[in-house]
Design a protein around this ligand. Structure first.
Ligand code: SAM
Length: 218
């Protein structure tokens, strides 16, 4: 791991409890869809597991789940980033990642790794690119934000990883703005700037966003 990624891992470890408890992460239609798309699988890898919400939901559905995350404080089964996953080719029926891809340092390398360790399906859920103002707001709120992708961008990443895209859904969500800022320790003038950049998507204390879910197959 690079010095930068070690710093990011420490940052995420310090936030572990906030992400375990976060209402915005514990539930959502994207989680339901990942469970639906994992039907029939025996094994899964949850990449960038964070508070473990994908893993929990898949285990409840009877899937044997392994978790990985570069932040030891998230207590994953394996400490690793998506760009270097220490499992053999085809180790899991499903490889899923939710709300972690916008932190990947190298999304193309990560997608290739997700595809490599999957025997069948690769499932991604992440926030959809919403313009440069939104990207600036995300980086200001959380310096570990790298970037989000458009649907076309995701299709290219899947294609370059040798995965066929079988389904794409874009879900409208609204999350509580205050806790979203607090989880990343964003306050004061920076929080004001973030609110200004996102003004057209803030409604009654909630932030509207689109979440893209992509189902790919090897
Ligand atoms: C928003 S949190 C976790 C979200 C979680 N998957 C969920 O559904 O609630 C993002 C996670 O991505 C992890 N992460 C950051 N960079 C990563 C990378 N390069 N590869 C994999 N995970 C990464 C962080 O450590 C953090 O735990």
């Amino acid at each position: 791991m690079s010095a930068g990624s070690v710093g990011a891992a420490e940052l995420w470890s310090a936030r572990a409890d906030a992400y375990r408890e976060s209402e915005a992460h514990r539930q959502g239609p994207d989680l339901d869809l990942l469970v639906e798309w994992s039907a029939g699988a025996s094994s899964a890898l949850d990449v960038g597991t964070g508070g473990g919400h994908v893993a929990r939901r898949l285990r409840e559905a009877g899937v044997e789940v392994t978790t990985c995350d570069p932040a030891p404080g998230m207590r994953p089964d394996v400490v690793c980033g998506a760009e270097h996953i220490p499992f053999a080719d085809g180790s899991f029926d499903v490889v899923a990642t939710r709300l972690a891809a916008h932190h990947f340092a190298d999304a193309a390398a990560a997608l290739r790794e997700l595809a490599r360790v999957s025997a069948d399906r690769v499932l991604v859920a992440d926030n959809l690119f919403a313009g440069e103002a939104a990207e600036e707001a995300e980086r200001l709120r959380d310096p570990s934000h790298v970037r989000t992708y458009t649907e076309a961008g995701w299709r290219e990443l899947f294609d370059a990883a040798g995965l066929r895209v079988l389904d794409v859904r874009v879900l409208d969500l609204a999350i509580e703005l205050g806790p979203w800022l607090e989880r990343a320790g964003c306050a004061g003038a920076e929080a004001d700037r973030v609110r200004a950049l996102l003004a057209d998507r803030i409604d009654g204390g909630r932030l509207r966003l689109d979440r893209i879910c992509v189902r790919g197959a090897r």
